[in-house]
Design a protein around this ligand. Sequence first.
Ligand SMILES: Nc1ncnc2c1ncn2[C@@H]1O[C@H](COP(=O)(O)OP(=O)(O)OP(=O)(O)O)[C@@H](O)[C@H]1O
Ligand SMILES: [Mg+2]
Length: 251
Amino acid sequence: MNSDLALLAPAKPFQGHLPIQFQGVQLSFGKHSIFSGLNFEIAALGITAIMGPNGAGKSLVLRLLAGLLEPTEGHVSFGEQSRIPRDQIGFVFQRPVLLRRNVLDNLLHALGIAGVNPAERLSRANALLELGGMQHLAKSPARKLSGGEQQRLTLLRALAAKPGLLILDEPSASLDPQATSLIENIVLRASQCGVKVILVTHDQGQAARLADEVMFVHKGRVHAMQTTQDFLNTPASREAKAYLTGELLID
Ligand SMILES: Nc1ncnc2c1ncn2[C@@H]1O[C@H](COP(=O)(O)OP(=O)(O)OP(=O)(O)O)[C@@H](O)[C@H]1O
Ligand SMILES: [Mg+2]
């Protein structure tokens, strides 16, 4: 645990105990309105899962959270702050993009961008490789790794800057159970070190294993925000129930 803290505890304390808030958030692309007034709160601590069918708006919520997209109207706030510095956010995108370099160099590059002192970079990179069980792949070209290995490396790279907020867009989509479990273990350890985690998942088992609360999004609207247990047992909306039982039609 102590070594986890040294490697994973946020470099700067995250925004305290106040929730992350979306207030009247609207988002349009040209005439195409995606969100017409999102209002919700995400707990400042723990793990929050965002679930919902394809095209619901989950990835766009993550981009708004990270400040990669600005709302057309409305506000996203983090306690008393209106945005979080980019270096306090680790983002694992739905489609990972790794540098055309070996695994170790990908991590060293991320540590360099994070401003880690050159003398510390190699030991931090090795500790991250160990965390991900990837030491034996250190010299392999990153883009030649298997899908599961690439996902894991992307997660380690996102953790290189010791972020306070870790955002994961379907971090284990199409991974086998063992690769999924490796990713989940890292996410849980980061959370235990005080990192706020927000992840999108379609996997109810994953939500049950990881998340404290679930937000359910459908057609650009939030239909449920519940503790994970309540969401899975007694979902708060007809759409959420239909999604969980595989009956939700996507039009
Ligand atoms: N740049 C854009 N311009 C126009 N429409 C967009 C843009 N980005 C996303 N959309 C649309 O917004 C909607 C929500 O997209 P989003 O990527 O958030 O879905 P999602 O819930 O993450 O789905 P999935 O489960 O398939 O990843 C989709 O209908 C998508 O086509
Ligand atoms: Mg998505």
